[in-house]
Design a protein around this ligand. Sequence first.
Ligand SMILES: [Zn+2]
Length: 274
Amino acid sequence: MRIKNDSFLIMRASQIKYLAVLLAAFVLCGTSMGLTHKVKESETFYAISKKYKVSLDSLMAHNGYKDARKLQVGKTLKIPSKSVKVAARVATAKPVAKSMRVILDAGHGGKDSGAVWGGVRESDLNLKVARLVEASLKSRGYRVTMIRRSDATVSLERRAQIANQHSNAIYVSIHFNADRNTGVRGVETFYVGNRGSYLAKSIQGGLSSSLKTRNRGYQYRSYSVLRNTACPAVLVECGFISNSYERSRCKTHAYQSAASRAIVSGIERYDRTY
Ligand SMILES: [Zn+2]
């Protein structure tokens, strides 16, 4: 992969992550054994010096060249150490700002605790996962609007109203499930609208595999919070707290962060694809 500053700016988040890892490895290599570059067809000393932001003279001297025309294809050049710092700067660059906004709705809250089983309140779990999703999305350059950040009561109407203040947005409502039949477990995602179905599909796709629980699929469900939202809207059910085994997992930070990672990947997949 050729790394140019201008093309870097238009890369997507997944590519940036990949690039960051690549560059970090590059930097580690650079510190221990020196950065190198294998000369490709039609490359010149000048082009290579520009690429690594080092002077032509220092690049030639570093490799014992007096005549730039003697450069041969396939030759491995040692790059002066200054460019290692350049690579490090690129690796720690801020994420590219995304145009799409994500409205994150931690379901229930305040007077409405949602489902309560074995001392676990759904509204608390919803908020924990929503906050993890928020942090992760922000680190990837997404703008995020949180419906609530504390144990506050927010009506369903108000939730949709907040969402409808924004254009170019998606709405993701985060919940945990419960059922009288305590044997039921797994994850599922509900949606309204066409674009909502794409978003639900993208999120649900990785959810059950990363949480290692049953995949209950994604389906249309006319929940008022989804119906009254103008943008693509989904409601993610991250697991059944009525099932004692699943509840014991849902309570853990490991499960909550795995859920948040799956939701974030689904959002990114949707953003990339649709
Ligand atoms: Zn709920």
